[in-house]
Design a protein around this ligand. Structure first.
Ligand code: ADP
Ligand code: MG
Length: 269
């Protein structure tokens, strides 16, 4: 059985569920993620915190999108809504035209395991496991036979430049290397979408740029849609488009080619 999930359904992944993921004319779907008027309000005592206000974005298949915004602007909340980790107060999130709110628990679990790969600021790899085990684990959860999972993990760790580090645990790896393990893990199940939430925030500028370049290369080679948040303008270079967020709103969306001067100006300051 093919283990490429990008055009698979939950049924073919043997995880149960009845939806037809690319039920109609899969090849004609040219967007991967669409949010429609997504709002999220957190209630804290007497206070309502509007983490997302009417966020509508459409992300095309295969795009590398940067979500740019200061701390507290709603980036993580938006990622959680897209990844099905949080239910919006109102509005809808569509992944390949499927309304995430309509999924049952099995389908949602399948979405998180097979369709989406996560990369976090703090790497979040398992400390007591080797790089190889960390990358193999999600494939085992996803139903890939152990031998195949291991072979694929070795290959993908080689791809991210860790071929000689596969038996190292996180404490034996630098921050940049740990983030490479996290990237290998996120790509392991051949997801359609990578959600990278400030993946370079804990890294020095040079290492951060290397990590972004790696994600960009994987985006191109694998055709995976990458959505990457950052609060550092210097990390925007790889993007096809940039979404600026402020106070829970989308402030602006622009093609990378149209914002060159702006980025240079900011860098010169
Ligand atoms: P960012 O990732 O851009 O820093 P967040 O999405 O984490 O922003 O947060 C957006 C806003 O929502 C902030 O004001 C934050 O304090 C608030 N917020 C986030 N998560 C919660 C939560 N679980 N409970 C209450 N408020 C939250
Ligand atoms: Mg955040």
């Amino acid at each position: 059985m093919s283990t490429d999930t990008r055009h698979a359904t939950p049924d073919t992944a043997a995880a149960g569920g009845s939806i037809d993921w690319f039920g109609h004319l899969a090849d004609q779907v040219d967007f991967t993620v669409m949010t429609k008027n997504v709002c999220k309000i957190y209630h804290m005592g007497d206070e309502d915190i509007h983490a997302l206000r009417d966020v509508s974005v459409t992300i095309r298949t295969g795009e590398y999108i940067s979500i740019m915004g200061p701390s507290g602007s709603g980036k993580t909340t938006l990622f959680n809504a897209i990844g099905g980790l949080m239910k919006p107060t109102s509005g809808s999130v569509f992944i390949d035209e499927i309304d995430v709110a309509q999924l049952d628990a099995n389908e949602l679990a399948w979405l998180r395991c097979r369709k989406i790969g996560y990369i976090f600021q703090s790497y979040n790899i398992v400390k007591v496991m080797t790089a190889l085990e960390n990358v193999t684990l999600p494939m085992l959860f996803g139903g890939v036979p152990p031998d195949e999972a291991q072979d694929r993990a070795v290959a993908i760790l080689g791809r991210v430049g860790l071929g000689d580090r596969i038996l190292h645990t996180p404490k034996e790896l630098s921050g940049g290397q740990q983030q490479r393990v996290a990237i290998a893990r996120a790509f392991a199940n051949k997801p359609a979408i990578i959600l990278a939430d400030e993946p370079t925030a804990n890294l020095d500028l040079h290492t951060g740029e290397e990590i972004n370049q790696l994600m960009k290369d994987m985006n191109r080679e694998e055709g995976v849609t990458v959505i990457c948040s950052t609060h550092d303008h210097r990390m925007l270079d790889m993007s096809d488009r940039i979404v600026w967020m402020r106070d829970g709103r989308v402030e602006k969306i622009a093609d990378r080619s149209d914002v060159e001067i702006e980025i240079d100006t900011i860098e010169e300051k």
